[in-house]
Write a protein that binds this ligand. Sequence first.
Ligand SMILES: NC(=O)c1ccc[n+]([C@@H]2O[C@H](COP(=O)([O-])OP(=O)(O)OC[C@H]3O[C@@H](n4cnc5c(N)ncnc54)[C@H](O)[C@@H]3O)[C@@H](O)[C@H]2O)c1
Ligand SMILES: [Zn+2]
Ligand SMILES: [Zn+2]
Length: 365
Amino acid sequence: MAIPATCRISVLEEPGKMTLKEVPVPAITDEEILVKVEGCGICGTDVHEYKGDPFKYCPVQLGHEGTGEIVALGRNVTKDFTGKPLKVGDKIVTGLKPCGECDTCRFHPEIKELCNGGEIFGLLPGAEHYLNGWFGEYMKVNAGGVVFNVSDMDRDLRILIEPAAVIVHAVEQAKQIFNFKFGSYVLVQGCGPIGLLLLTMVRCLGVRNIIACDGDANRLEFAKKLGARYTVNGLAGDAVEEVAEITGGGAEMVFQCTGSPKAASRAWKYVRRGGSFCELGFFTNNGDTTYSPHLDMCNKQVKACGSWTYQAGDWVQSFDFLKEAQERGLPVTDLITHKYPLDRMGEAMEMNISMKGLKIAYVAG
Ligand SMILES: NC(=O)c1ccc[n+]([C@@H]2O[C@H](COP(=O)([O-])OP(=O)(O)OC[C@H]3O[C@@H](n4cnc5c(N)ncnc54)[C@H](O)[C@@H]3O)[C@@H](O)[C@H]2O)c1
Ligand SMILES: [Zn+2]
Ligand SMILES: [Zn+2]
């Protein structure tokens, strides 16, 4: 494949402004990889940046849920993170690279996801990192970048790998406090891409009684296609009673996936006595919430956990999860409801904000 001298990338120059830029395609070193981008999902984090740049990254080339084909491979890059060989033509995704130097990395490698200095392509600020994000025609993997060879998956499935890794991690946290059984009542509050992928995974684990909870009727409808047996309108005044009725006293496991403090407060009410609770719905600080320590926690003896991002092992598990969902005929790639070319990334961001779709993605030519 002929590599052009220049290519286009989409840069968030300031909040609300996605600009198309023409940049040189650099010659890669022996340690780098050049990738022709096929597509990249838009993450809630990208939209946060678009709306206000909370991390002060601008200008930044966003896009961390991307995938594409290797078009040039440094001679010293022979294997992916798992040891699988790499060659030109392979399809890859890029993962999170912990800093390796902080106390967490050094002394608690089992919780590497809590490293504060980790790097992911697509969230590296400044013009010096142009081409290190996936919202472009080409992207460059720097020396030592975490890469996975996922050539055996189709493009849309690959676009879902990063959010799926979030879900694998959350379910692994939940397994430490809850034993998933075929007959378990598991409630998923919030049916955005995160909640929907989560209930898909719980379905793939064999759980029958999945309750999807959201205020949006279309999202609840889709939740049914992905494996939910029951749906509950979480905005309705009697949602707690409805859940109690379906489950005979409350859900045994509740996953909170909304990003809404009000919803997070209510989520505790859905848990049955002796049940468990996993909070994964706040990647950004949307404020505090309230719960009754007596009624919601102590008296019910609830076991609770939080979940934060993922580790490399979660990415590897996410490949099998997505393949399993696809093989079971669960329409997981239908989660990608809108696809935009590179010169319409501003519109793509606005579509995401409008909540009219589910996963919005950049898809190349
Ligand atoms: N833990 C992590 O590492 C991690 C990683 C990625 C994303 N997240 C977080 O996960 C959350 C969900 O992400 P998403 O992309 O699916 O977002 P989203 O905004 O598309 O989905 C949230 C859903 O919650 C629903 N909701 C709001 N209030 C509700 C209520 N009272 N009852 C029931 N449903 C309600 C909304 O209708 C919406 O469908 C975000 O807040 C994000 O920050 C966490
Ligand atoms: Zn993301
Ligand atoms: Zn670290």
